[in-house]
Ligand binder design. Structure first.
Ligand SMILES: NC(=O)c1ccc[n+]([C@@H]2O[C@H](COP(=O)([O-])OP(=O)(O)OC[C@H]3O[C@@H](n4cnc5c(N)ncnc54)[C@H](O)[C@@H]3O)[C@@H](O)[C@H]2O)c1
Ligand SMILES: [Zn+2]
Length: 323
């Protein structure tokens, strides 16, 4: 049995050919269509998958396929990791974020109320299939937002990717498969390279947080409505570059170059004072962090990052000076 998991938006667009391909080898394909959106990335969705798998007679030899954005692959992967103590799964990401981020690294999870990714497991997919055709129908805001993660990956570890984004921003925005193939391959390689050296997040994986410390605070300060995750990451990258500049690690030239790139990809780069103040107070309030300090990721050059331990007070001061 192959459990083909997708959502109500993706099913009519892309499930038919995938189901036909999976069934061609003789396997019985059981289609499960979940409700779309982050609010449905919850334990109830996982329970539904377990029940459908059981009802279809799925056993330890069965395969779960997640066809959709990060919500679908996170739910499908977690259900696969727990059904009968773990069955194989494959990711067929249909969003750019799914291809360059959510399907790479083996993290699977669902939210518990407002606690994002509160319950999950490390459970690697046995394969990931990125068909660029899927991206033609992805909604624009999510697609552009994912380009912030692509720019992040370029800054972390790939100068060639950075140059490619600069020289082919128009083609990338137009979702030209010629330009996108290279962009997806290179982004995956950066994340896979980092995760491969630190699968369970002992330390090195922290560089993937570039732009996310301030980005998450901005996203939360906007009540998760004003800014999408990708837009918040774009602004978080600008803040991280300015902070790197204040710490003497990042050149002013590079700050300008990255802002121009993000702008040409359709991402926001203007940090307004009110937003930054709200984010600063959220960061300063965050008492969960060990010893009141965190490892902040700064950019030394394109493709080269390092971390600096900063006290929360120091970080708050640097963030509010980052306009
Ligand atoms: N596991 C990880 O390591 C990891 C990493 C990054 C993000 N994530 C998770 O990924 C999720 C976000 O993923 P996302 O940005 O893909 O959002 P998403 O899965 O919510 O998809 C966005 C919307 O687009 C629709 N959609 C998806 N593909 C489509 C297509 N090809 N054509 C038309 N519509 C399509 C979906 O139905 C949904 O409404 C978050 O829950 C986040 O936590 C996980
Ligand atoms: Zn992110």
């Amino acid at each position: 049995v192959v459990l083909l998991v997708t959502d109500r938006n993706v099913a009519p667009l892309h499930a038919g050919p995938v189901a036909a391909t999976l069934g061609a080898g003789g396997a019985r394909v059981e289609l499960v269509v979940l409700e779309p959106g982050e609010q449905h990335k919850n334990p109830a969705a996982v329970v539904e998958l377990w029940r459908r798998a059981l009802g279809a007679g799925a056993d330890r030899t069965s395969l779960v396929v997640g066809l959709g954005g990060g919500v679908v692959t996170d739910v499908a992967g977690f259900a696969a990791g727990t059904y009968m103590r773990g069955v194989r799964w494959a990711a067929f990401p249909t969003t750019l974020l799914g291809m360059v981020d959510a399907s790479v690294g083996g993290k699977t999870a669902v939210d518990l109320g407002t606690a994002k990714n509160a319950v999950g497991a490390f459970w690697q997919p046995s394969s990931v299939v990125c068909d660029l055709e899927f991206l033609r129908t992805e909604p624009e805001r999510g697609y552009v937002g994912a380009l912030a993660e692509v720019a992040k990956s370029a800054l972390i570890g790939d100068r060639v990717l950075f140059d490619l984004l600069e020289s082919r921003a128009g083609a990338v925005l137009a979702r030209d498969p010629g330009a996108l193939g290279e962009v997806v391959r290179r982004s995956v390689a950066v994340k896979a390279g980092v995760v491969g050296r630190d699968e369970r997040e002992a330390g090195l994986r922290a560089v993937l947080n570039l732009g996310h410390t301030v980005g998450h605070a901005l996203e939360a300060a906007g009540g998760y409505r004003e800014l999408s995750h990708g837009e918040a990451v774009s602004l978080g990258l600008v803040a991280a570059l300015r902070i790197g500049c204040a710490l003497g690690r990042t050149s002013a030239d590079l700050v300008g170059r990255v802002m121009a790139l993000l702008g040409s990809l359709g991402l926001p780069t203007v940090l307004d004072r009110a937003r930054l103040e709200a984010a600063t107070s959220l960061l300063a309030q965050d008492k969960k962090r060990a010893g009141g300090s965190l490892r902040f990721v700064v950019v030394e050059g394109v493709g080269q990052v390092s971390t600096v331990r900063l006290g929360l007070g120091e970080l708050a001061r640097l963030v509010s000076a980052a306009t």
